[in-house]
Ligand binder design. Sequence first.
Ligand SMILES: Nc1ncnc2c1ncn2[C@@H]1O[C@H](COP(=O)(O)OP(=O)(O)O)[C@@H](O)[C@H]1O
Ligand SMILES: O=P(O)(O)O[C@H]1O[C@H](CO)[C@@H](O[C@H]2O[C@H](CO)[C@@H](O)[C@H](O)[C@H]2O)[C@H](O)[C@H]1O
Length: 463
Amino acid sequence: MAETAAIRTGTGSLAPDIAPGLLRSLAPLLRGWLPRQRWFAGKGKAIDGFAPVAVTELLPCSAPPGLLHLLVDVEQPGQPPDCYQLLLGVRRTLPSRLAGAFVGRPRTGPLSGLAVYDALPDPPLAQALLERLRSPGTLGALRFEKPGGAHIPDARTARPLDVEQSNSSLVYDDTYLLKLFRRVAPGVHPDLELPLALARAGYPRVPAPVAWATARPRGRGEPRLLGLLQPYVAGAADGWSLAQRALAAGNGFTREAGALGRATAEVHRALAHALPTGTLGRPRIEALAAAMTARLHTTAEAVPSLRPYAPALAAGYAALAALDGAPATAQRVHGDLHLGQCLCGPDGSWYLIDFEGEPARPLAERRRPQPAVRDVAGMLRSFDYAAHAHRAPAWATACRDAYCDGYAEVTGRDPRAEPTLLRAFETDKAVYEVLYEARHRPDWLPVPMSAVHRLATSEDATR
Ligand SMILES: Nc1ncnc2c1ncn2[C@@H]1O[C@H](COP(=O)(O)OP(=O)(O)O)[C@@H](O)[C@H]1O
Ligand SMILES: O=P(O)(O)O[C@H]1O[C@H](CO)[C@@H](O[C@H]2O[C@H](CO)[C@@H](O)[C@H](O)[C@H]2O)[C@H](O)[C@H]1O
């Protein structure tokens, strides 16, 4: 343990000469553990190596349980390194309740012989993260911010959220939720920017961030958002579970779909007031169609079953590029809207969450104003997804119509009135899903593939 105690410096950052050795000793463990994590985007590719970006000791490893915060560049073939956030606990012996979180025991280095594990399911370590956010300040490369001096009460309980997600979340006392981003990049993050802008504009049905953490590793550009604390909507059910429940009971879902259409429209209206908007003239529409076409071809390279459909789908994008008429309006959007991002609170109101956008796209691209119909297309795809396993295409069609009706009620603009734009965005989303499912959930690949088939063969863009 004497050696372990020596890893700490006065600021919480590891001495620069220690971080590489620490990471070298963790590397063999991370190689096995990382690809098994739902949030690891590089599955299926070799890991060439790891490089430390910032390593911070949040709780001393010399007095277990220790808590290490690591930002690590993961090097994989054919792409620039991706930086991941890891929160690792360190104990001499691991209690059996944490067996599932075990990463391994390094054989060398400052943690030699100690048990290293995912810190989030360990309540004292989860509590330590909340404690850091309650008292803002800096620690090494990490900065903890709590604007307006918000009072964040102590929590009696802390638990990781047990849902499929791209990041990781902790829930404190059913009062606050801490979302910890896993793949972190420099730049303004829409999952903080948009809910903050909506909160400042007085919009009530997007949980407002109350505290957050960023990293500013020296010489590595803009700050990176690491985590974000927001009120937990207790007793809420997400739209996906509610839709599944309705389908299993043989019930319709059009009332809910209409309410979701109205909720989407209200958020769009608030975003358009709070943040810059623009128009997309002919050159920008052509560029949009070209980007969609390029994504189609890259995805068809990676997923062979998409290839036969590529020409018909590309024709839809060509129709978009050739559109005459008024420029399309563009604004900030949610960017990855689906039923799982809509929470129905105990009072029956719908909350929208997770403004991160599609995690695979660069931050700058996600922050560009875009046609609002992009979110509409995301939700239309989601009704299709929900109905797929139940072989209930009529259920999906009714929901899709009710959703568009609800949207039009609030904005006065019916998304179905721009069928070429809507079809292009729906196709682009289905293509994104093909790649997403091929990488993360191959069993689900038939779901977006059936939409691809429909979009490539049907004349009617809204069916
Ligand atoms: N503020 C909140 N209140 C209640 N539940 C939430 C809240 N934010 C997220 N959740 C739950 O956590 C899940 C994952 O959150 P999300 O932001 O979509 O994470 P990710 O981007 O990692 O997928 C959601 O589907 C929802 O069930
Ligand atoms: O984890 P995120 O919420 O950021 O989004 C990613 O994962 C989603 C799945 O969990 C994925 O959504 C796709 O599957 C949903 C059903 O599980 C369906 O409702 C969506 O319509 C469909 O796109 C999403 O695309 C991905 O970015």
